[in-house]
Write a protein that binds this ligand. Structure first.
Ligand code: G3H
Length: 487
């Protein structure tokens, strides 16, 4: 809301997952400070969003769609000028490789353009006249009101924008709670927000979620919660709203996506896709393959090829050429991963690759854990990191039942060459998850495809097209006999 430079309250430091060598020792780097808002400051941004929605006549929710598109386009233009700064911050704040940081930025810019294109189509079909039983109705797609948008630390830019942009363009006003880590990259975008949108339309807040989000939710003035992150945090937020029936939730949550390797699978292709699926961005993707079921007939060859492929992945700093594995930004994550590995070992599994495990508080070398069974925590909990549990199976009912009994239902990847065997799996599995991938890793994109999950994995659907619907409501202006002028 443009008040950052005048903030005189508490601040917090953003600690990078990256250590640099000084003369004697390795030192974890602090890369910046940011305001840690108090409840009062958070509530003042809420008031700004409420005022912009209810009283900003002609200024945002009541603007024409084409005017709103112009503002968003202006923002995208200004945002592109900040590419280098934002990419650098992604590397330093969340440890994402240079290549993946560039992809995150460029994908976000494309997402904005795709949203604009989708809105032009949606507008043609949804703002239209209909006549029924002597009533002429103009059906309009209208905004919901005030949206609280909270993105995750693994995609602090891209996934925040997958809710922010559709919410904005449909005419809502938005409070963005920046994720930690990932908070600093909002700074270079503030000017662009300020120049492109009327005051109060986009409001970024920073600080401790437990301090600044409860007063917003408890106010009852948040109409939609757009949250991408852990299921427990999402539930807590929803419970804080005094009238749950008034709140629309669009949630992208946890997952435990299995890979299923069938007999006769092309193992070179399977290993390549399973490496991407389990370990790209250190496995810190909700869409990662988080457990691999491998048919006993191919297990030995699969394990051999997979272990070699892991040993060839470059482990290093985000800016190094061809780096694949990088430091982990989430506080305490390597310890948590190590606990999962120890639990699996206590129940009879082994780490079958050299060096797999925790190196220090931000480095964790991938651990391939085998053979995994349902007594181990890693069998059912989401690790969200570079631990790869592998389960041997004989009966295809084993991976099917795994999904039936799982708390999650996002995606599955099937690897095989026998089309009949694959076809028999697709129908039962597509009724358990929301995307079945054939001979490819699990993933969210392309962004124009629907992205969602069942059970504890999601609420609502996020894709370019679905998000426009999610952040709007179909309303009606009705008249008897008197024709309405088309807007
Ligand atoms: O962390 C969850 C993201 O939605 C993953 O997206 O499949 O494009 O990496 P991605």
């Amino acid at each position: 809301n443009g008040k950052l430079e005048t903030w005189e309250g508490e601040t917090e430091e953003s600690l990078s997952p990256i250590y640099l060598k000084t003369e004697q020792e390795l030192v974890r780097q602090t890369i910046g400070t940011f305001p840690s808002l108090n409840q009062e400051a958070a509530l003042s941004t809420l008031e700004a969003a409420v005022t912009a929605y209810n009283h900003g006549r002609g200024k945002w929710p009541t603007m024409s769609v084409s005017q709103r598109i112009e503002c968003v386009q202006e923002f995208a233009y200004r945002m592109k000028e900040k590419r280098d700064t934002v990419v650098t911050l992604l590397m330093w704040e969340i440890g994402k490789s240079y290549t993946d940081s560039c992809k995150e930025f460029d994908r976000t810019v494309n997402y904005i353009q795709d949203t604009i294109d989708a809105l032009k189509n949606l507008d043609r079909v949804s703002s239209r006249f209909e006549i029924s039983q002597g009533v002429i109705g103009q059906i309009r797609r209208a905004p919901l009101g005030i949206v609280l948008s909270m993105g995750p630390a693994n995609y602090p830019l891209n996934e925040t924008f997958t809710t922010l942009i559709p919410a904005l363009i449909m005419g809502n006003t938005v409070i963005v709670k920046a994720p930690r880590p990932g908070v600093l990259l909002n700074y270079p975008l503030l000017e662009a927000f300020k120049d492109a949108f009327p005051p109060g339309v986009v409001n970024t807040i920073y600080g401790k979620g437990r301090t600044i989000t409860p007063p917003l939710m408890e106010s009852g003035k948040i109409d939609a919660l757009a949250f991408i992150g852990g299921s427990r945090a999402a539930n807590n937020l929803k419970k804080q709203h005094p009238k749950s029936h008034r709140l629309r939730s669009i949630l992208g949550l946890e997952a435990k996506n299995p890979g299923i390797v069938l007999p006769h699978a092309d193992l070179d292709l399977t290993v390549k896709e399973c490496i991407l699926g389990t370990l790209s961005y250190n496995g810190q993707r909700c869409t990662a393959i988080k457990i691999i079921f491998v048919h006993r007939s191919v297990i030995d060859t699969f394990l051999e090829k997979f272990t070699v492929a892991v040993s060839e992945l470059k482990f290093g700093m985000p800016w190094e050429d061809n780096v694949f594995l990088t430091p982990i930004a989430e506080p305490g994550k390597p310890n948590y991963l190590q606990e999962l590995v120890e639990d699996a070992k206590n129940h009879g599994a082994e780490v079958i690759n050299e060096g797999g495990g925790m190196i220090n508080e931000t480095f964790f070398y991938p651990a391939i854990v085998y053979p995994v069974n349902d007594k181990m925590k890693i069998y059912s909990v989401e690790q969200f990191g570079p631990v790869v549990p592998i389960v041997p199976f004989e009966d295809i009912e084993t991976p099917i039942n795994y999904l039936v009994n799982s708390d999650y239902g996002q995606q599955v990847s099937i690897f095989g060459q026998n089309t009949e065997a694959i076809a028999q799996l697709v129908d039962p599995l597509v009724n358990q998850v929301c995307r079945v991938n054939l001979n490819s890793q699990c993933q969210r994109g392309p962004d124009t495809f629907p992205f969602t999950g069942r059970k504890d994995s999601a609420e609502g659907t996020l894709s370019v097209h679905d998000a426009l619907r999610a952040f709007s409501i179909r309303t009606l202006v009705a008249a008897k006999e008197v024709p309405l002028n088309k807007r």
